[in-house]
Design a protein around this ligand. Structure first.
Ligand code: B3K
Ligand code: ZN
Length: 872
């Protein structure tokens, strides 16, 4: 195969479609030699566009027939388009194609997985099923008929409502579905397979009954109740918070083990990665349970934000994704623990989105161009996009935001629209001027806000001077940045009246607080009110005050993270210079206080908060703060601090470990999950001491745990033990695999515990595991667990000898054609290669060039690798 010269597509080139499709009728005949797809489209010329030929999209289609109004017509077919000219203003286009789902390894379009056939059409998979105008601004109503062998594929599903079914000759059967809602092709879905179903109902606020179903591989029904409950909770929450009712008669979720990403919001027929459906206490962790709540909600919420109102073009992706992530974050916060939810969101943003925004793939939440749209389902579009929506709510308030949502649906229900349309609805409902705010949609890069505090004893004023900059932006105009602040007295009291929402609108701007008697401690960017880096020259004493007294949980946590960050970065510099790091007693004292307040004495008490506060910032996040990353020194520094805390606080950790046992039966409640999180954090700290008794304690927990959270925490902690000789580690790994080798998702955990291990031999282990029966190169979850997770293992992936780079490059080459989307995600492991020393850069460059020069490289990987090499 020859590499096509990749074409860049620009937002500025958008033009409306030349033709519209009013109705789509699809007939799928699923046979062993392939699937024959007959498509009948009622089409007409778009009256707003001047006459031109019809150009349909297609990919890997074997065209058997093309007729217009029943007559054969001349057409021009290439590998990716079918052109028909001299068409009447309105006509019926019928095409017949054969596709080969069994050979579809890309998992885009229609493909086979263990239990049957599934589809994934977003962004451009529908063209791999039939010739079509595969763009989101072409919306149609669909009817779909499926024919297949009844014994092998007893379940036949498509979007909408079942309208008829029957038997056919040769043991075959058929089913017909009709979706009454107009939708773009990317929301099309079908499933044909042997599946078990869990059924329930939901009654909407207006009294309509919606039939709910979750379909999973046979034998897994006992892992579905949590997802069903999550769906029902989401439906209720969206009515209560946004007044949005489910419009469907049938809402189905189908879980499939082979899936490129998390889940897909196809109208009325969501298709999910099993990872976000299946859960039972003994196989899923607290985090898995919570993620399932969030992802089920996310896909359900898309039914309004994405499906009823969709995107005009793929540049507008954040219109639906940023907004829907914001909605699922809010749902998760209401359902679980709002304090720790916000902390985790920011932790995730800093670990993934900030590096992305500083690297070669940096893009605005609404990109201006792309080569392959699948490369833009990113942390920026999703998570930074959600932060942008959150800022809108922060600026106008919750009530106006709700009014803005109402206005958005009033104006645009049934339409394919742009980010401007969304913001215009918010502006109309609130009267707020968002002109300057739009910069958040159009610029890449994380802005930095440097704040300086000046106390004037004479005038009793405290002045905050804020200076913003974003070197990645195309020009120097300032952003509109909402900055939540408060002032604290040195004894930790909040100064009355000092809580303010500042609006930064100029490059440098000062804000004066009056009647301030003594120099206060400013708490800045409370609740992380904007996705920026906030610089303030805090003293450790000031941060200790905030950690102990801040009433905003995010900023209390943030104060602890700032303290730890400074210590680790100083220690890394010392280690790099051949010196011993020094750990001040004040940090240990602050940590001790936190451990003592876990019973609820401190502001946020809760074990969950303490667990977050005592989790040191991750290596990837810290690396962003270094000008040249020394991954070994950073790793040694961070673990040095962990060990120091373990030595100094051994008594506290042991005491808490014993005291935090959960005595009730397992439930994935935030209360229990918080206790487990802190208890397992204590275990992991204690294991830094690597004594025989702690190893045995970990092994004991591993063996006796009645839930996966505790069992896996013990396994992961043991897998991290550096000592060459650790029989407890070997036993836990062997027992875990023996016990769970038939539970695919648990095997993923086993792979990940090893690929993320800090052990020096991790690369050798990962390489060996690629040949283990547990691994399967055709399954994205396995690749993510073993290979991509290794690529995110900062110290091992960035080994000085380049072995980590060479390994990932090999894997990209193995995968690039088989599954370009997954291969391209692996290529993103190289995003930060220019932040390392010259020796590492030389190795990384060689690895990247080797991938780039591979003949026939897929467009997805080529875009990522070219941008990475262009960054040097
Ligand atoms: N909309 C899908 C993502 C599709 C990704 C295509 N490469 C899932 C979601 O965001 O809900
Ligand atoms: Zn989404």
């Amino acid at each position: 195969m020859k590499t096509d010269t990749p074409q860049t597509i620009y937002l500025k080139d958008y033009t409306p479609p030349a033709y519209l499709v009013d109705t789509v009728d699809l007939d799928f005949s699923i046979e062993s030699g392939g699937t024959v797809v007959t498509s009948t489209l009622a089409m007409r010329r778009n009256p707003l566009v001047s006459a031109r030929p019809l150009v349909l999209d297609g990919e890997e289609l074997e065209t058997l027939d093309v007729t217009v109004d029943g007559a054969k017509v001349p057409f021009l077919a290439s590998a990716s388009s079918l052109t028909v000219d001299h068409l009447p203003d309105a006509f019926t286009l019928r095409t017949v194609v054969r596709i080969k789902p069994d050979g579809n390894t890309r998992l885009s379009g229609m493909y086979r997985s263990k239990d049957g056939y599934f589809t994934q059409c977003e962004a451009q998979g529908f063209r791999r099923i039939t010739w079509f105008l595969d763009r989101p601004d072409v919306m149609s109503t669909y009817t779909v008929t499926l024919h297949a062998d009844k014994a092998t594929y007893p379940i036949l599903l498509a979007n909408g409502n079942p309208v008829a079914n029957g038997e056919e000759a040769n043991g075959r059967h058929w089913a017909k579905w009709a979706d009454p809602f107009r939708k773009p092709a990317y929301l099309f879905a079908l499933v044909a397979g042997k599946l078990d179903g869990l059924f329930d109902t939901f009654t909407t606020a207006s009294g309509r009954t919606v039939q709910l179903a979750i379909y999973v591989e046979p034998g897994k029904l006992d892992q579905c109740p949590h997802a069903m409950a999550a769906l029902q909770k989401s439906m209720l929450w969206d009515e209560e918070r946004f007044g949005l009712e489910c419009d469907l008669d049938h809402y189905m979720i189908v879980a499939v083990g082979d899936f490129n990403m998390g889940a897909m919001e196809n109208k009325g027929l969501n298709i999910f990665n099993t990872k976000y459906v299946l859960a039972r206490a003994d196989v899923a962790t607290d985090v898995d349970f919570e993620n399932i709540d969030r992802v089920v909600a996310h896909e359900y919420f898309h039914n309004w934000t994405g499906n009823r109102v969709t995107c005009r073009d793929w540049f507008q992706l954040s219109l639906k994704e940023g907004l829907t992530v914001f909605r699922d974050q809010e749902f998760g916060a209401d359902l679980h623990n709002r304090q720790t939810a916000r902390i985790r969101e920011v932790r995730g943003l800093r670990a993934a989105q900030f590096p992305e925004d500083a690297g070669p793939m940096a893009h605005p939440i609404r990109p201006a161009s792309f080569v392959e749209i699948n490369n833009f389902y990113t942390a920026t579009v999703y998570e930074k996009g959600a932060e942008v929506i959150r800022m809108i709510q922060t600026l106008i308030g919750r009530d106006a935001f709700r009014a803005g949502m109402d206005e958005y649906f009033r104006r645009h229900d049934g339409q394919a629209v742009t980010c401007e349309d969304f913001v215009a609805a918010m502006a109309a409902a609130s009267g707020f001027d968002f002109t300057q705010f739009m910069r958040w949609y159009n610029q890449p890069g994380t802005p930095r806000v440097a704040v300086d505090g000046h106390f004037d004893e004479e005038t009793k004023t405290f002045t905050l001077t804020c200076t913003q900059a974003n070197p990645r932006a195309s020009d120097e105009s300032p952003y509109l940045i909402p900055l939540r602040v408060a002032l604290f007295a040195a004894d930790g009291n909040l100064l009355p009246g000092s809580e303010r929402l500042l609006q930064l609108t100029a490059t440098t701007q000062s804000f004066v607080f009056e009647n301030i008697a003594v120099e206060p401690v400013p708490s800045l960017l409370r609740d992380f009110s904007a996705p920026v880096y906030l610089d303030f020259d805090y003293t450790p004493e000031q941060l200790t005050v905030l950690l102990a007294h801040e009433s905003d949980p995010f900023n209390a946590w943030e104060a602890g993270q700032r303290l730890a960050t400074q210590l680790i970065l100083d220690a890394a510099a010392a280690i790099a210079a051949g010196q011993e790091p020094v750990w001040p007693a004040s940090f240990v004292d602050a940590a001790r206080k936190l451990l003592q307040t876990q019973a609820g004495v401190g502001n946020f008490g809760g074990a969950a908060f303490v667990a977050e506060a005592l989790t040191l910032p991750g290596e990837t996040t810290l690396a962003e703060l270094m000008s040249v990353v020394d991954p070994d020194a950073l790793h040694a520094a961070r673990n040095g601090l962990r060990r120091h805390l373990a030595e100094q606080l051994e008594g506290e950790f042991s005491g808490l470990y014993a005291g935090l046992t959960v005595n009730e039966p397992y439930a994935p409640s935030s209360e229990q999950a918080g206790r487990r999180a802190l208890r397992n954090l204590c275990l992991a700290y204690l294991l830094e001491l690597d004594t025989l008794s702690v190893r045995q304690l970990a092994l004991q927990q591993f063996k006796t745990a009645d839930n996966m959270t505790d069992q896996f925490a013990a396994l992961a902690a043991l897998a991290n033990v550096n000592a060459a000789d650790c029989p407890q580690r070997e036993q836990a790994l062997a027992d875990f695999y023996a016990k769970w080798k038939n539970e695919a998702l648990v095997v993923d955990k086993w792979l990940q515990a090893q690929s993320t291990s800090r052990r020096p031999d991790t690369l050798a282990t990962v390489k060996a595991l690629t040949a283990h029966p547990a691994f399967d190169i055709g399954n994205p979850n396995k690749i993510y667990a073993l290979i991509r997770a290794f690529g995110a293992n900062l110290v091992r992936f960035n080994a000085a000898d380049g072995s980590g780079y060479a390994f990932i490059a090999d894997q990209i080459i193995v995968l690039h054609d088989r599954n370009p989307q997954v291969a391209s995600r692996l290529a993103r492991c190289f995003d930060r290669w220019t932040k390392f020393d010259a020796g590492r850069q030389a190795h990384a460059r060689r690895a990247l060039e080797r991938v780039r020069d591979h003949a026939g490289l897929s467009r997805d990987v080529l875009e990522v690798v070219t941008r990475a090499l262009g960054a040097a």
